[in-house]
Design a protein around this ligand. Structure first.
Ligand SMILES: [Zn+2]
Length: 425
């Protein structure tokens, strides 16, 4: 019976949304409010050269041609930077008036036709540098406060956003929305844990450059960074969950890049002390990157196990790749690909809010379990046995008992020798 209902629901989803497969329709004018800018994208019927004039509180973009329908002639944005947009046609000349809340700097660029995307004019209205700096300081403060309370900081990064929708899947699934929904649920569950502070790189539909995501994680002083995505494959048979960690080649190229611009590196990786010696910097950065990859792999393994156990999705294991968002020296990092939106089985599951919730809960359990592991490692220390030491003395000095020491070290006899390494609690 349960199976029949499920089958019917599945059929309905398939039937209702089959039309949306493979298409991504945008309006002629779109906008996204990001923390540091507002992006306005104008999609045109034909490529055109835009001209810009700045009238203080109004920016005018003019071009010869037509905006792709549908769009409204008046769009109220009303975010911190932009008030509204008005479109006026003068014959074949089109003018887009962007009314700002106050005069601000901006950047204008065009995007050529790409796959099924049209020619676009992009205007970014930029937030003043002072305010961006304030937000950055706020992030540093939040991270420091969490550490002061002995909490682990985990930064969850929902992939894509804004004009970058990511993959478009079956049943109308859009990656940027799916991963934001799951990421918010992960953060909600993690913040119910007493020893975890979870934060998002983006909490809305806007795009953040990959470098900026890494920077945000460093500002929070993350102990773990997880970028959340969902996959698409040419073959609709491919399904399952997998994780990516940085490949040795990717790590090497990042090391070279950071060494070239050590001031820039200093700005991103605040928790690492750099010197005037290129060699020392190289070793320090290399060690930090290695730590991120090995620990990232460990965390990924645990998390994958929880996801596949609780969601019954196929475990496709861990791969290595040179991904920008994983170039994160000092922070254990991995990227999750939660199912294939091109596979009908995975996609049907991912459309269900309760399924997303279960996946998010599984990710949180993975994170908790990984941090428990880090706790155990932190608690265990070595003691190097010196001449004249006895088990009783070492036990007394470390506030434990001989029995506990023997169990911890798997000792058969109480005999010690100088130079012997003992685990102490
Ligand atoms: Zn993605």
């Amino acid at each position: 019976m349960g199976r029949l209902v499920k089958g019917l629901a599945f059929f309905l989803i398939l039937f209702l949304s089959s039309k949306s497969w493979g298409y991504y329709t945008e309006k002629g004018i779109n906008f996204w409010t990001a923390p540091d800018h507002t992006r306005i994208v104008i999609a045109l019927k034909q490529p055109a050269k835009p001209y810009i004039s700045n009238l203080g509180k109004t920016i005018v973009i003019s071009f010869k041609g037509r905006i792709r329908p549908p769009y409204k002639r008046l769009i109220n944005i009303n975010d911190p930077l932009v008030d509204r947009i008005q479109i006026v046609n003068y014959g074949n000349l089109c003018k887009v008036y962007v009314r700002l809340k106050r005069p601000n700097s901006y950047r204008l660029f065009v995007l050529r036709r790409y796959k099924n995307r049209p020619f676009r004019i992009v205007l970014d209205v930029l937030k003043p540098a002072k305010e961006i700096l304030k937000e950055k300081e706020a992030r540093i403060k939040i991270g420091a406060e969490a550490r002061r309370r002995n909490k682990y900081v985990v930064v969850i990064d929902p992939g894509h956003g804004g004009m970058d929708p990511g993959a478009i899947g079956l049943y109308g699934l859009v990656e940027k929305d799916l991963v934001l929904d799951i990421s918010r649920r992960v953060v909600k569950y993690c913040n119910q844990e007493p020893n975890i502070k979870a934060l998002l790189t983006r909490n809305g539909d806007y795009y953040i450059p990959l470098d900026k995501r890494v920077e945000i994680a460093h500002e929070y002083g993350a102990d773990l960074f997880i970028s959340i995505h969902s996959n698409k494959a040419p073959s609709r048979k491919v399904k399952g969950v997998m994780a990516f960690v940085l490949s040795p080649r990717g790590a090497k190229s990042n090391l070279a890049r950071m060494l070239e611009n050590i001031e820039n590196a200093e700005d991103i990786v605040k928790d690492i002390k750099f010197t005037n010696s290129r060699n020392i910097n190289k070793i320090v950065l290399d060690t930090a990157q290695e730590f991120s990859v090995t620990e990232g792999e460990r965390a990924a393994k645990i998390t994958l196990a929880y996801i596949t156990y609780m969601s019954h999705m196929k475990n496709m294991g861990i791969r290595k790749a040179s991904l920008r968002v994983l170039k994160n020296p000092g922070i254990p990092s991995f990227l999750l690909e939660l199912g294939f939106m091109s596979n009908s089985e995975d996609a049907a599951k991912l459309t269900s809010p309760s399924f997303r919730d279960r996946v998010a809960y599984a990710i949180c359990r993975g994170i908790v379990s990984y941090f428990n592991f880090r706790d155990r490692i932190k608690r265990v220390r070595y003691y190097m046995v010196k001449k004249g030491d006895t088990l009783w003395k070492i036990a007394r000095d470390h506030k434990t008992t001989v029995d506990k020491l023997m169990a911890l070290n798997n000792l058969k006899s109480k005999k010690l020798y100088p130079g012997m390494k003992l685990y102490v609690p």
